[in-house]
Design a protein around this ligand. Structure first.
Ligand SMILES: Cc1cc2c(cc1C)N(C[C@H](O)[C@H](O)[C@H](O)COP(=O)(O)O)c1[nH]c(=O)[nH]c(=O)c1N2
Length: 210
């Protein structure tokens, strides 16, 4: 049996504190196999019925990457139009993706048609397929940070267009597009907090007692 001591627990807590959503990447390449190793770790995550519905698409083709960046620009311009006044000015000043600089792009889908797991746990809650994929992404995010690798989750994208650009099966639901690379800097505070967009709140604010 493997046991974890207090020193490990303290370090694990630091890992959670220092994990960041990264938008500012160095452009130097990651070591060979780094992304593949992160995918392997992500595959250790819990999944409904052990269905392992995560599907990973590494995106290295320059044309496809450019199409994704163009889609981000379109979606981000549309998003800006949803704000007005001072909030719009603040939104416009945010950096909301590192798509241009990040050396690696990784798209992640949930396979809604997979029969792995034989439907266990999904009859009343089919959305647990997507939840399982998100659990894997969170694991990857933390595992990456433990190696000094940054991940930025980009959701300002059109899921249908991304599915088309990447030519994936129709049953794959788009979950996330990740930028992966070394961060320009490390920080223990969310970038959106530093930019005065929103602040991290304490657990009490989100906890009901019954
Ligand atoms: C599902 C989902 C989707 C997105 C994000 C996160 C998650 C969980 N985040 C990152 C988000 O802004 C960030 O996690 C919070 O601001 C908290 O910061 P840290 O992750 O603690 O650094 C994010 N960030 C960004 O700049 N562009 C984006 O499109 C998204 N989309």
């Amino acid at each position: 049996m493997v046991e974890f001591d207090d020193a490990f627990r303290r370090q694990l807590r630091e890992l959670f504190v220092w994990r960041r959503d990264v938008r500012r990447f160095r452009t130097d390449a990651l070591p060979d196999g780094a992304v593949e190793r992160l995918i392997e770790t992500a595959c250790l995550s819990p999944s409904v019925g052990l269905s392992q519905p995560w599907r990973f698409v590494t995106v290295d083709d320059a044309v496809r990457r450019r199409d994704v960046i163009d889609d981000f620009r379109t979606c981000n311009a549309d998003a800006l139009n949803c704000y007005s006044g001072e909030r719009a000015a603040r939104y416009a000043a945010l950096k909301l993706s590192g798509l241009e600089q990040a050396p690696r792009h990784l798209a992640i889908f949930a396979d809604k048609a997979s029969e792995i797991g034989h439907g266990l746990g999904r009859a009343t809650m089919p959305e647990t397929t997507e939840y399982s994929v998100v659990a894997a992404i969170t694991a990857m995010w933390l595992a990456a940070r433990a190696e000094g690798i940054g991940i930025g989750w980009v959701s300002i994208l059109n899921p249908e267009r991304i599915g088309g650009v990447l030519d994936v099966p129709a049953s794959w639901k788009f979950i996330a597009y990740l930028c992966i690379g070394y961060p320009e800097a490390e920080c223990d505070q969310p970038e959106l907090e530093r930019a005065n967009w929103e602040h991290r709140r304490g657990a009490d604010e989100f906890t009901l007692r019954r």
